[in-house]
Design a protein. Sequence first.
Length: 158
Amino acid sequence: MSVRYSELLRQTAASLFVIAALATAAAAAAPAGSPVKGATYSGRVKVGLQPIANGFPISFKVNRTGTKVSRFAYDNSLPLFCQGGGGPTKVTFSAATVRSGRFTSRITERTVPAGVLIATATLTGTFKAKRKESGKLAVRYSKAPSCNGTTTYQTAAR
């Protein structure tokens, strides 16, 4: 084999290696799916120990540009991962920015009417193909850490 041919083979192999490495990195860093612009996503949050067979309903709206998630609707208390309960509460979600097909909303739960903080939570969502979205809800109770926990949810664009 000539030196020139060996050098060409080495360069070709090196080039193929670089291309394969870049393709693998691009696939790993590929963003999640894109949200449906202007759509309302609706679904269910799986619950902890609470006896709700299908989970709690949840919904939110994606803005017209697909960059923000807001107008969360969730008419229940945050899930408990222990036995317990209490009086009426209000759950408030922060609006969230969509980046690379993902978002994170901060949540608070307060007593009504006094406004005492009961729990904080984080909702992290990822948009998928076929108008789907799913994520996790991590709940932290400030005065009852044994009730802390994480659950999942799924929604779809309507």
